[in-house]
Design a binder for this molecule. Structure first.
Ligand SMILES: *Cc1c(COP(=O)(O)O)cnc(C)c1O
Length: 400
């Protein structure tokens, strides 16, 4: 089986992004000719005169006023990610989840209603069901493959999408949803972590606010927690004001590392994609596997939308195994040499984690009985990864 090639977008746009990523958010000749922007650590910013204090937006301050508002390191990352996502401006946040929760709080208040995809990242759902519910904000979870229009109410203020969805990769028609949202004055928010801003352009599809866990592919080395909120011109002030009210600030070392990871994002993502494609093809031949979940597969939910809207995939895929005992599953998972067991993804290394979609879906029904496994294919040699997985199936079969 071969995966279908990616849509018309093709190599031309990938090259453009790679060029953008090497140049954006840095200015060597403003910094002793040094290639990368330095790490500025700051809480206090001082002013020589009252006039300077009262006009902190002028040189040499250029927006620095207090460390919580960010330093030039933060601003460099924000500039780069805004350009990558194609938005107006970005705001660095201390984690992906804080970017999500802040974006939701920015556009919702007591008595409002929000639409959230049923395939949403589980901690986002937990925030909706606890904090938003406690504030008197009602949430309806919608089927990511269905039209949102029937769920719109007079008090609906936000539609929150994530496409492809966490763990199971349902691809949503974002443009159709944002068209409906716009008609009703609803703010469209997208968790754009899967595309990393490289393979999907949210603002070209009508999104108002795009959030990302930079923790994943932008940082790319499994060593930093970081999020970004990217907005349109219309939504920027409200998002920025909310981050200021809540008091969140991303650390400058983390912003530096994210900016460094961003330089190689396009190259890494293409390699993750290529490797995952090979692994998917191999997994489709395995009798232990009932289903392979990956949006490039023709039978994937929303595959045609993926083909229309995305210029590529990444290192993620999931599999559903034939029903088996816990001991057999453990034998398979415990013995991998290359697929380390753990949450998260987006680093250079391969990861594996079991999951159960039944615990994370309320509107849609998960059809399979067998255990589900998510794999993140790193940038190791794909043949080595396949050999590691083959040994895992041998352990599973020997123990079952
Ligand atoms: C990991 C993840 C997040 C949360 O990011 P953190 O930096 O871990 O807080 C949000 N959305 C998606 C889709 C993720 O995979």
């Amino acid at each position: 089986m071969t995966l279908p090639s990616n849509p018309e977008s093709g190599e031309e746009s990938a090259r453009t992004i790679d060029t953008l990523l090497t140049g954006v958010g840095r200015d060597p000749f403003a910094n002793h000719g040094i290639v990368n922007p330095p790490v500025y650590h700051a809480s206090t910013i001082v002013y020589p005169t009252l006039a300077a204090l009262e006009d902190a937006d002028r040189t040499p301050y250029q927006g620095t006023r207090y460390g919580r508002r960010g330093t030039p390191t933060t601003f460099a990352l924000e500039e780069a990610v805004a350009a990558l996502e194609g938005g107006y401006r970005s705001i660095a946040m201390p984690s992906g989840l804080s970017a999500i929760t802040t974006a939701l709080l920015a556009f919702l208040k007591q008595g409002d209603h929000a639409l959230v995809t049923d395939s949403v990242y589980f901690p986002t759902r937990r925030f909706c069901d606890t904090v938003l519910a406690g504030l008197g904000i009602e949430v309806t979870y919608f089927d990511p493959l269905a039209d949102i229009a029937p769920h719109v109410r007079a008090n609906t203020r936000v539609v929150f999408m994530e496409s492809p969805g966490s763990l199971t990769y349902e691809v949503q028609d974002v443009a159709a949803a944002t068209a409906t949202a716009r008609k009703h004055g609803i703010v469209s928010i997208l968790d754009n972590t899967w595309s990393a801003g490289v393979t999907f352009k949210p603002f070209a599809h009508g999104i108002d606010v795009s959030v990302q866990a930079a923790t994943k592919y932008i940082v790319g080395h499994s060593d930093v927690m970081l999020g970004l909120i990217t907005t349109t011109e219309d939504t920027f002030v409200q998002a920025k004001r909310t981050t200021a009210l809540l008091g969140t600030a991303a650390g400058p070392d983390d912003c530096y590392l994210a900016l460094r990871g961003l330089r190689t994002l396009g190259v890494r993502l293409a390699r993750h994609d290529e490797t995952a494609t090979k692994v998917v093809e191999w997994l489709k031949t395995r009798p232990e596997v009932i289903a392979v979940l990956h949006p490039a597969l023709p039978d994937a939910p929303g595959h045609n939308i993926w083909k229309r809207d995305f210029s590529g995939a990444n290192g993620l895929l999931s599999i559903v195994l034939q029903p088996c005992g816990k001991a057999a599953l453990a034998a398979m998972l415990d013995g991998y040499r290359l697929f380390a067991m753990g949450y998260s993804w987006g680093g250079y290394e391969s990861l594996v984690v079991p999951f159960n979609p039944r615990h994370a879906r309320t509107t849609t029904r998960w059809p399979h009985e067998g255990p589900c496994i998510r794999l993140h294919c790193g940038i190791e040699d794909p043949d080595d990864l396949i050999a590691d997985l083959a040994d895992g199936f041998s352990r599973l079969n020997a123990a079952d």
